[in-house]
Design a protein around this ligand. Structure first.
Ligand SMILES: *Cc1c(COP(=O)(O)O)cnc(C)c1O
Length: 362
Protein backbone atom coordinates (compact mmCIF):
# COMPACT_ATOMS: atom_id res chain seq x y z
CA UNK A 1 0.00 0.00 0.00
CA UNK A 2 1.43 3.43 -0.90
CA UNK A 3 2.16 5.66 2.07
CA UNK A 4 0.33 8.83 2.97
CA UNK A 5 2.61 11.63 1.87
CA UNK A 6 2.97 15.36 1.53
CA UNK A 7 4.23 16.08 -1.97
CA UNK A 8 6.15 19.31 -2.54
CA UNK A 9 6.80 20.35 -6.14
CA UNK A 10 10.18 22.08 -6.03
CA UNK A 11 10.02 22.98 -9.74
CA UNK A 12 6.83 24.90 -8.99
CA UNK A 13 8.54 26.76 -6.13
CA UNK A 14 11.35 27.80 -8.49
CA UNK A 15 8.88 28.81 -11.21
CA UNK A 16 6.87 30.86 -8.70
CA UNK A 17 10.06 32.67 -7.72
CA UNK A 18 10.79 33.44 -11.38
CA UNK A 19 7.21 34.68 -11.92
CA UNK A 20 7.57 37.13 -9.05
CA UNK A 21 10.90 38.32 -10.46
CA UNK A 22 9.23 38.94 -13.84
CA UNK A 23 6.34 40.74 -12.16
CA UNK A 24 8.66 43.29 -10.59
CA UNK A 25 11.75 43.76 -12.73
CA UNK A 26 14.24 45.98 -10.94
CA UNK A 27 13.01 44.84 -7.53
CA UNK A 28 15.08 42.35 -5.56
CA UNK A 29 12.86 39.40 -4.72
CA UNK A 30 13.94 38.12 -1.32
CA UNK A 31 12.35 34.89 -0.12
CA UNK A 32 10.65 34.45 3.23
CA UNK A 33 11.40 30.97 4.55
CA UNK A 34 10.22 31.41 8.14
CA UNK A 35 8.38 28.60 9.95
CA UNK A 36 10.48 26.04 8.04
CA UNK A 37 9.46 27.53 4.68
CA UNK A 38 5.80 27.63 5.73
CA UNK A 39 6.04 24.02 6.80
CA UNK A 40 7.45 22.69 3.52
CA UNK A 41 11.00 22.15 4.78
CA UNK A 42 13.44 25.05 4.46
CA UNK A 43 16.37 22.65 4.02
CA UNK A 44 14.83 21.43 0.75
CA UNK A 45 13.16 24.64 -0.42
CA UNK A 46 15.83 27.27 0.30
CA UNK A 47 18.58 25.68 -1.85
CA UNK A 48 16.09 25.50 -4.75
CA UNK A 49 15.36 29.21 -4.36
CA UNK A 50 19.09 29.88 -4.24
CA UNK A 51 19.54 27.91 -7.50
CA UNK A 52 16.73 29.95 -9.04
CA UNK A 53 18.74 33.08 -8.29
CA UNK A 54 17.55 34.25 -4.89
CA UNK A 55 20.36 35.62 -2.72
CA UNK A 56 18.40 37.24 0.13
CA UNK A 57 16.25 35.34 2.63
CA UNK A 58 14.15 36.17 5.68
CA UNK A 59 13.43 34.04 8.70
CA UNK A 60 11.38 35.04 11.74
CA UNK A 61 13.55 33.47 14.43
CA UNK A 62 17.22 33.23 15.18
CA UNK A 63 17.23 29.42 15.28
CA UNK A 64 15.51 29.29 11.87
CA UNK A 65 18.28 31.52 10.56
CA UNK A 66 21.00 29.33 12.09
CA UNK A 67 19.50 26.28 10.37
CA UNK A 68 19.27 28.20 7.09
CA UNK A 69 22.89 29.30 7.37
CA UNK A 70 23.79 25.61 7.49
CA UNK A 71 22.40 25.05 3.98
CA UNK A 72 23.06 28.50 2.48
CA UNK A 73 26.53 29.62 3.60
CA UNK A 74 26.65 32.62 1.26
CA UNK A 75 23.11 34.01 1.38
CA UNK A 76 22.14 37.31 2.94
CA UNK A 77 19.88 36.30 5.83
CA UNK A 78 17.63 38.80 7.59
CA UNK A 79 15.97 37.78 10.85
CA UNK A 80 12.64 39.52 11.46
CA UNK A 81 12.85 39.20 15.25
CA UNK A 82 15.81 41.34 16.17
CA UNK A 83 18.42 40.29 18.72
CA UNK A 84 17.04 39.59 22.18
CA UNK A 85 19.08 39.80 25.36
CA UNK A 86 22.39 37.97 24.85
CA UNK A 87 21.74 37.08 21.19
CA UNK A 88 23.68 39.79 19.35
CA UNK A 89 26.94 37.79 19.35
CA UNK A 90 25.21 34.78 17.81
CA UNK A 91 23.82 36.95 15.00
CA UNK A 92 27.29 38.27 14.36
CA UNK A 93 29.05 34.89 14.54
CA UNK A 94 26.82 33.52 11.78
CA UNK A 95 26.65 36.65 9.66
CA UNK A 96 22.91 37.09 10.22
CA UNK A 97 21.38 40.53 9.80
CA UNK A 98 18.80 41.45 12.41
CA UNK A 99 15.74 43.50 11.62
CA UNK A 100 15.69 46.01 14.49
CA UNK A 101 12.13 46.66 15.61
CA UNK A 102 12.44 48.78 18.73
CA UNK A 103 14.91 51.20 20.27
CA UNK A 104 16.28 48.57 22.69
CA UNK A 105 17.31 46.36 19.80
CA UNK A 106 18.94 49.25 18.00
CA UNK A 107 20.87 50.05 21.17
CA UNK A 108 21.94 46.41 21.68
CA UNK A 109 23.21 46.07 18.12
CA UNK A 110 24.90 49.47 18.19
CA UNK A 111 26.60 48.58 21.49
CA UNK A 112 28.10 45.49 19.94
CA UNK A 113 29.28 47.55 16.96
CA UNK A 114 30.94 50.05 19.28
CA UNK A 115 32.70 47.27 21.21
CA UNK A 116 33.98 45.83 17.93
CA UNK A 117 35.04 49.22 16.66
CA UNK A 118 33.22 48.97 13.33
CA UNK A 119 29.72 49.41 12.00
CA UNK A 120 27.38 46.42 11.82
CA UNK A 121 24.82 45.70 9.09
CA UNK A 122 21.15 45.73 10.06
CA UNK A 123 17.65 46.27 8.78
CA UNK A 124 15.25 48.70 10.43
CA UNK A 125 11.53 48.10 10.56
CA UNK A 126 9.14 51.04 10.68
CA UNK A 127 5.66 50.97 12.17
CA UNK A 128 3.17 52.31 9.63
CA UNK A 129 -0.22 50.96 10.65
CA UNK A 130 0.00 47.32 11.67
CA UNK A 131 0.73 48.22 15.30
CA UNK A 132 2.92 45.21 15.79
CA UNK A 133 6.65 45.42 15.23
CA UNK A 134 8.71 48.36 14.09
CA UNK A 135 9.87 51.81 15.10
CA UNK A 136 7.11 54.42 15.29
CA UNK A 137 7.73 58.12 14.76
CA UNK A 138 8.32 58.66 18.48
CA UNK A 139 10.83 55.79 18.53
CA UNK A 140 12.77 57.46 15.74
CA UNK A 141 12.90 60.62 17.87
CA UNK A 142 14.38 58.51 20.69
CA UNK A 143 17.16 56.97 18.60
CA UNK A 144 20.53 58.41 19.58
CA UNK A 145 22.58 59.63 16.62
CA UNK A 146 25.49 57.55 17.96
CA UNK A 147 23.40 54.39 17.65
CA UNK A 148 22.49 55.11 14.05
CA UNK A 149 26.10 55.96 13.29
CA UNK A 150 27.10 52.48 14.52
CA UNK A 151 24.81 50.80 12.02
CA UNK A 152 25.25 50.06 8.37
CA UNK A 153 21.58 50.20 7.39
CA UNK A 154 21.08 47.65 4.63
CA UNK A 155 17.30 47.72 4.58
CA UNK A 156 14.43 49.88 5.78
CA UNK A 157 11.16 47.98 5.80
CA UNK A 158 7.56 47.95 6.92
CA UNK A 159 4.72 45.47 6.53
CA UNK A 160 1.24 45.91 5.04
CA UNK A 161 -1.90 45.03 6.99
CA UNK A 162 -4.32 44.67 4.05
CA UNK A 163 -2.16 43.88 1.02
CA UNK A 164 -4.60 41.17 -0.09
CA UNK A 165 -7.37 43.80 -0.37
CA UNK A 166 -6.19 46.03 -3.23
CA UNK A 167 -8.90 48.63 -2.63
CA UNK A 168 -8.26 49.01 1.09
CA UNK A 169 -7.28 52.61 1.87
CA UNK A 170 -4.77 51.47 4.50
CA UNK A 171 -2.43 50.28 1.74
CA UNK A 172 -1.82 53.76 0.40
CA UNK A 173 -1.75 55.25 3.91
CA UNK A 174 0.94 52.81 4.96
CA UNK A 175 2.95 53.44 1.81
CA UNK A 176 2.84 57.20 2.37
CA UNK A 177 3.75 56.91 6.07
CA UNK A 178 6.54 54.51 5.21
CA UNK A 179 8.15 56.82 2.69
CA UNK A 180 7.84 59.79 5.07
CA UNK A 181 9.42 57.92 8.00
CA UNK A 182 12.13 56.38 5.83
CA UNK A 183 13.10 59.86 4.68
CA UNK A 184 14.19 60.58 8.26
CA UNK A 185 16.79 57.79 8.10
CA UNK A 186 20.00 57.47 6.11
CA UNK A 187 19.28 56.35 2.53
CA UNK A 188 18.93 52.55 2.27
CA UNK A 189 17.05 50.02 0.13
CA UNK A 190 13.32 50.16 0.91
CA UNK A 191 10.98 47.19 1.34
CA UNK A 192 7.23 47.16 1.93
CA UNK A 193 5.66 44.35 -0.11
CA UNK A 194 4.91 40.78 0.90
CA UNK A 195 3.42 38.41 -1.72
CA UNK A 196 0.15 40.30 -2.12
CA UNK A 197 1.93 43.65 -1.87
CA UNK A 198 3.86 42.81 -5.06
CA UNK A 199 0.52 42.60 -6.87
CA UNK A 200 -0.45 46.14 -5.76
CA UNK A 201 1.83 47.48 -8.47
CA UNK A 202 5.28 49.02 -8.92
CA UNK A 203 4.68 51.76 -6.32
CA UNK A 204 4.69 49.04 -3.68
CA UNK A 205 7.48 46.84 -5.00
CA UNK A 206 10.21 49.39 -4.15
CA UNK A 207 13.79 48.08 -3.91
CA UNK A 208 13.17 44.74 -2.28
CA UNK A 209 10.06 42.60 -1.80
CA UNK A 210 9.58 39.84 0.75
CA UNK A 211 7.19 37.21 -0.62
CA UNK A 212 6.57 33.97 1.23
CA UNK A 213 3.10 32.55 0.61
CA UNK A 214 3.08 33.07 -3.17
CA UNK A 215 6.26 31.02 -3.54
CA UNK A 216 4.45 28.11 -1.93
CA UNK A 217 1.37 28.33 -4.14
CA UNK A 218 -1.00 30.35 -1.97
CA UNK A 219 -3.03 32.79 -4.09
CA UNK A 220 -1.67 36.30 -3.43
CA UNK A 221 -4.67 37.79 -5.24
CA UNK A 222 -7.72 36.33 -3.44
CA UNK A 223 -10.86 36.58 -5.53
CA UNK A 224 -8.90 36.51 -8.78
CA UNK A 225 -7.29 33.58 -10.60
CA UNK A 226 -4.21 32.30 -8.81
CA UNK A 227 -1.17 33.60 -10.72
CA UNK A 228 1.09 31.09 -8.96
CA UNK A 229 1.62 27.36 -9.54
CA UNK A 230 0.33 25.04 -6.83
CA UNK A 231 3.16 23.50 -4.82
CA UNK A 232 1.69 21.16 -2.22
CA UNK A 233 -0.61 18.17 -2.40
CA UNK A 234 -1.33 15.44 0.07
CA UNK A 235 -1.79 11.93 -1.30
CA UNK A 236 -3.31 9.24 0.90
CA UNK A 237 -4.41 5.72 -0.02
CA UNK A 238 -7.91 4.57 0.83
CA UNK A 239 -7.66 2.34 3.92
CA UNK A 240 -11.16 0.91 3.78
CA UNK A 241 -14.37 1.25 1.79
CA UNK A 242 -17.53 0.75 3.81
CA UNK A 243 -20.84 -0.05 2.16
CA UNK A 244 -23.55 1.32 4.45
CA UNK A 245 -26.24 -1.26 5.16
CA UNK A 246 -28.54 0.71 7.47
CA UNK A 247 -29.53 4.35 7.87
CA UNK A 248 -27.27 6.08 10.37
CA UNK A 249 -24.45 8.58 10.41
CA UNK A 250 -20.73 8.84 9.82
CA UNK A 251 -18.12 9.99 12.30
CA UNK A 252 -17.95 11.52 15.77
CA UNK A 253 -20.97 13.50 16.80
CA UNK A 254 -23.09 11.80 14.12
CA UNK A 255 -22.99 15.02 12.07
CA UNK A 256 -23.66 13.56 8.63
CA UNK A 257 -26.46 11.12 7.79
CA UNK A 258 -25.88 8.01 5.69
CA UNK A 259 -28.35 5.73 3.96
CA UNK A 260 -28.18 2.12 2.83
CA UNK A 261 -26.15 1.70 -0.33
CA UNK A 262 -23.85 4.65 0.31
CA UNK A 263 -20.13 3.98 0.25
CA UNK A 264 -17.74 5.71 2.63
CA UNK A 265 -13.99 5.67 1.97
CA UNK A 266 -11.61 6.29 4.86
CA UNK A 267 -8.10 7.72 4.57
CA UNK A 268 -5.43 7.67 7.26
CA UNK A 269 -4.91 11.30 8.11
CA UNK A 270 -6.69 13.75 10.33
CA UNK A 271 -6.30 16.82 12.46
CA UNK A 272 -3.16 15.43 14.09
CA UNK A 273 -1.61 15.76 10.63
CA UNK A 274 -2.86 19.30 10.22
CA UNK A 275 -6.05 18.79 8.26
CA UNK A 276 -8.42 21.14 10.10
CA UNK A 277 -11.23 19.44 12.01
CA UNK A 278 -13.52 22.04 10.48
CA UNK A 279 -12.80 20.65 6.99
CA UNK A 280 -15.22 17.81 7.76
CA UNK A 281 -18.58 18.26 5.98
CA UNK A 282 -17.01 21.24 4.18
CA UNK A 283 -13.96 20.48 2.03
CA UNK A 284 -13.49 18.13 -0.92
CA UNK A 285 -10.88 15.63 -2.06
CA UNK A 286 -9.88 14.19 -5.43
CA UNK A 287 -10.17 10.50 -6.20
CA UNK A 288 -10.25 8.66 -9.52
CA UNK A 289 -10.44 11.97 -11.43
CA UNK A 290 -13.52 13.03 -9.50
CA UNK A 291 -14.15 15.42 -6.64
CA UNK A 292 -15.86 13.99 -3.58
CA UNK A 293 -16.96 15.60 -0.30
CA UNK A 294 -15.40 15.02 3.12
CA UNK A 295 -18.34 13.75 5.16
CA UNK A 296 -18.54 13.56 8.93
CA UNK A 297 -16.01 15.15 11.23
CA UNK A 298 -12.30 14.93 10.54
CA UNK A 299 -10.92 12.91 13.44
CA UNK A 300 -7.40 12.72 14.80
CA UNK A 301 -6.07 10.10 12.40
CA UNK A 302 -8.89 9.39 9.97
CA UNK A 303 -11.02 11.25 7.45
CA UNK A 304 -14.10 9.95 5.65
CA UNK A 305 -15.26 10.63 2.10
CA UNK A 306 -18.54 9.96 0.34
CA UNK A 307 -17.62 7.94 -2.75
CA UNK A 308 -21.14 6.73 -3.51
CA UNK A 309 -21.19 8.48 -6.88
CA UNK A 310 -18.09 6.68 -8.16
CA UNK A 311 -17.98 3.29 -9.85
CA UNK A 312 -17.24 0.57 -7.33
CA UNK A 313 -14.08 -0.60 -9.05
CA UNK A 314 -12.67 2.95 -9.11
CA UNK A 315 -12.46 3.15 -5.32
CA UNK A 316 -10.77 0.30 -3.52
CA UNK A 317 -8.32 -0.19 -0.72
CA UNK A 318 -5.13 1.51 -1.88
CA UNK A 319 -6.76 3.90 -4.37
CA UNK A 320 -4.97 7.25 -3.95
CA UNK A 321 -6.91 10.25 -2.64
CA UNK A 322 -5.52 13.72 -3.25
CA UNK A 323 -6.06 16.75 -1.07
CA UNK A 324 -5.37 20.32 -2.24
CA UNK A 325 -5.08 19.41 -5.94
CA UNK A 326 -5.46 22.11 -8.57
CA UNK A 327 -4.57 25.78 -8.72
CA UNK A 328 -6.77 26.76 -5.78
CA UNK A 329 -6.85 23.47 -3.89
CA UNK A 330 -5.08 24.63 -0.77
CA UNK A 331 -6.91 27.94 -0.52
CA UNK A 332 -10.27 26.29 -1.21
CA UNK A 333 -9.76 23.74 1.54
CA UNK A 334 -8.69 26.51 3.91
CA UNK A 335 -11.75 28.61 3.13
CA UNK A 336 -14.02 25.59 3.56
CA UNK A 337 -12.48 25.06 6.99
CA UNK A 338 -12.88 28.70 7.97
CA UNK A 339 -9.20 29.60 7.79
CA UNK A 340 -6.62 30.80 5.25
CA UNK A 341 -4.08 28.95 3.14
CA UNK A 342 -1.24 30.28 5.32
CA UNK A 343 -2.58 28.63 8.46
CA UNK A 344 -3.45 25.38 6.71
CA UNK A 345 -0.02 25.15 5.07
CA UNK A 346 2.05 25.95 8.14
CA UNK A 347 0.13 23.43 10.25
CA UNK A 348 0.60 20.42 7.99
CA UNK A 349 2.46 18.48 10.58
CA UNK A 350 5.62 16.47 10.84
CA UNK A 351 3.63 13.25 10.71
CA UNK A 352 3.59 13.20 6.91
CA UNK A 353 6.34 11.61 4.95
CA UNK A 354 7.54 14.49 2.82
CA UNK A 355 8.29 13.78 -0.82
CA UNK A 356 10.02 16.38 -2.95
CA UNK A 357 9.43 16.29 -6.71
CA UNK A 358 11.64 18.10 -9.17
CA UNK A 359 14.94 19.88 -8.73
CA UNK A 360 13.96 23.51 -9.17
CA UNK A 361 16.00 23.71 -12.39
CA UNK A 362 14.07 25.02 -15.37
C1 LIG B 1 5.67 36.57 6.83
C2 LIG B 1 6.14 37.90 6.39
C3 LIG B 1 6.32 38.17 5.02
C4 LIG B 1 5.88 37.23 3.93
O1 LIG B 1 4.50 37.40 3.76
P1 LIG B 1 3.64 36.60 2.67
O2 LIG B 1 2.29 37.17 2.82
O3 LIG B 1 3.72 35.17 3.06
O4 LIG B 1 4.26 36.86 1.36
C5 LIG B 1 6.90 39.37 4.67
N1 LIG B 1 7.26 40.28 5.61
C6 LIG B 1 7.08 40.06 6.93
C7 LIG B 1 7.47 41.10 7.90
C8 LIG B 1 6.50 38.87 7.35
O5 LIG B 1 6.29 38.67 8.66
Amino acid sequence: MPETRLVVDLDAVAENYRRLCRLAPGTTIACVVKADAYGLGAAAVAPVLWSAGCRTFFTAKLDEALALRGCLPLATVHVLEGPGEGEAETFLAHDLQPVLNQPGEVERWADLARRLGHRLPAGLQLETGLCRMGLAAADLDALRPAWLAALEIRLVMSHLACADEPDHPLNEQQRTRFLALAARLPAAPLSLANSSGLFLGPAYALDLARPGAALYGINPTPGRANPMLPVVTVVAPVLRVLRVDAAGSVGYGATHPVAPGMRIATIGLGYADGLPRAAGNAATAGIAHRTVPLVGRVSMDLTTLDVTGLPEDAVQVGTPVTLFAGPDGLDACAVAAGTIGYELLTRLGRRFRRVYNGTGHA
